[in-house]
Design a protein around this ligand. Structure first.
Ligand SMILES: Cc1cc2nc3c(=O)[nH]c(=O)nc-3n(C[C@H](O)[C@H](O)[C@H](O)COP(=O)(O)OP(=O)(O)OC[C@H]3O[C@@H](n4cnc5c(N)ncnc54)[C@H](O)[C@@H]3O)c2cc1C
Length: 395
């Protein structure tokens, strides 16, 4: 007899672990399957809203950053203080494991293995087939009432179950983790993150230096397959004065660029996080959105279990896009316009000198909503943006 679960969550990253915790805490019989292969390559920057919404304790952060430095192609920089807030930094090995532990504490069954495929029983119900870790390729099967595909970018579940799931465009992001220099050495500050807008370092995205306490993540992303991410990161290390820092790990992974039009198969599968293509354009921020997507997918599954109506699965995407669709569209436009050549990047960094832009950007980052309380500031930014777009303001 195949063991049966009300819900099987494929993937135990932020999306899957959050979904499994939310399902299990409602008494839903849940299995969380993760291949447990390696640490997810990630800059690890998270907003304070993640800490509040998902009840994440401060101890899970390895650093708090209170200043962001934006650097232009001509090496001009703008320091943006994060007044009254911070950007949190997590190390993904410990952070993801803590989330998975929380899911098992809530009652989810955890299995380490690699998802292989979904098979159908004669009555159409799903069986998840996976290869357990250390099982020398042998396959195991569990029957699943519903499945949440949270297996990250290039998701196998999305590819097999949801139209377009195998074709989500993506950026390749690559970073090197180095031993952090001493405070002040080559200008390094443990509470400042640096963002480089420079076509030589990234032709269509940006480069970053994110301090994580003892270690620092230095990396960049690009959609261009013929651009060497390793050479660019080496140049970035030089520019940032980190070429001599001890290298601990080198790793890269895709970041999806566009949310899918549909996250469910209308039957028993719903996607969450990178698997659904949900990473904010322009910033590449995905952890908060993955956890929220996991939560909405879990709520959609819980509703489908109660109502026995698979249409409930579509509520995950609907709720998410209602909350964040506008921000994703605005960031998409920002990326398409400002990240295309060095002249525009120079202007973009200049715009960031504007106090209104700084405050609204960080409010939006920290609180995950476009701030409506300051309509005059929006109007001022609108006109300043137009002036820059028309080239009235010199770069
Ligand atoms: C270099 C880089 C830097 C980034 N920096 C940031 C940042 O600073 N801040 C931020 O918010 N976001 C950042 N992101 C994006 C962020 O990492 C992702 O958006 C986020 O991890 C998505 O979470 P997820 O749970 O959807 O997917 P993932 O974190 O990818 O988790 C997927 C899980 O599924 C498991 N899995 C995959 N395939 C299978 C399978 N076949 N069988 C079983 N298990 C499987 C994996 O082991 C993994 O645990 C960065 C991404 C990259 C690549």
């Amino acid at each position: 007899m195949t063991q049966k679960f009300d819900a099987v969550v494929v993937g135990g990253g932020p999306a899957g672990a959050q979904a499994a915790a939310d399902l299990a805490s409602q008494g839903i019989k849940t299995l969380m399957l993760d291949r447990g292969a390696k640490v997810k390559p990630c800059g690890g920057a998270v907003p304070p809203k993640l800490m509040i919404d998902f009840d994440v304790p401060d101890e899970w952060l390895v650093a708090k950053v209170n200043k962001a430095r934006m650097i232009s192609p001509k090496s001009r920089h703008v320091d943006i203080p994060i007044n009254g807030g911070y950007v949190g930094m997590v190390d993904r090995d410990a952070f993801d494991e803590a989330l998975r532990q929380r899911a098992t504490d809530a009652g989810a069954t955890r299995v380490t293995g690699t998802f292989a495929r979904i098979e159908r029983q004669p009555d159409g119900s799903a069986v998840v087939v996976y290869r357990p870790k250390g099982g020398e390729g042998a396959e195991e099967r569990v029957a699943a009432g519903f499945i949440i595909g949270a297996d990250g970018a290039r998701s196998s579940v999305a590819k097999s179950e949801v139209p377009g799931g195998g074709d989500i465009p993506y950026v390749i992001a690559y970073h090197e983790i180095v031993r952090s220099p001493k405070e002040g050495e080559n200008g390094f500050e443990a509470t400042r993150c640096d963002v480089y807008y420079d076509g030589g370092l990234s032709p269509d995205f940006y480069g970053w230096v994110f301090p994580h306490g003892d270690t620092t993540s230095i990396g960049m992303g690009t959609e261009k397959r013929d651009f060497s991410v390793k050479d660019a990161t080496s140049r970035l290390r030089e520019v940032a004065g980190l070429q001599e820092a001890e290298t601990i790990r080198r790793e890269g992974a895709p970041i999806p660029l566009k949310p899918l039009k549909k996250w469910d198969n209308g039957r028993d599968v719903v996607l969450a996080g990178d698997a659904a293509g949900v990473v904010a354009p322009a910033s590449g921020e995905g952890i908060y959105y993955a956890m929220l997507g996991g939560r909405f997918a879990a709520e959609a599954v819980a509703k489908a279990i109660v109502t026995q109506d698979a249409r409930a699965l579509a509520t995950a995407r609907k709720r998410f896009m209602r909350l964040h669709g506008n921000v994703f569209r605005a960031l998409g436009m920002l990326q398409r316009y400002w990240y295309t050549n060095d002249n525009r990047r120079e202007r973009f960094v200049k715009i960031c000198r504007d106090v209104d832009v700084q405050e609204l950007t960080f409010d939006a980052y920290m609180n995950k909503e476009l701030v409506k309380a300051r309509p005059l500031a929006h109007i001022r930014i609108f006109f300043k943006n137009i002036a820059h777009l028309l080239g009235i303001v010199p770069a």
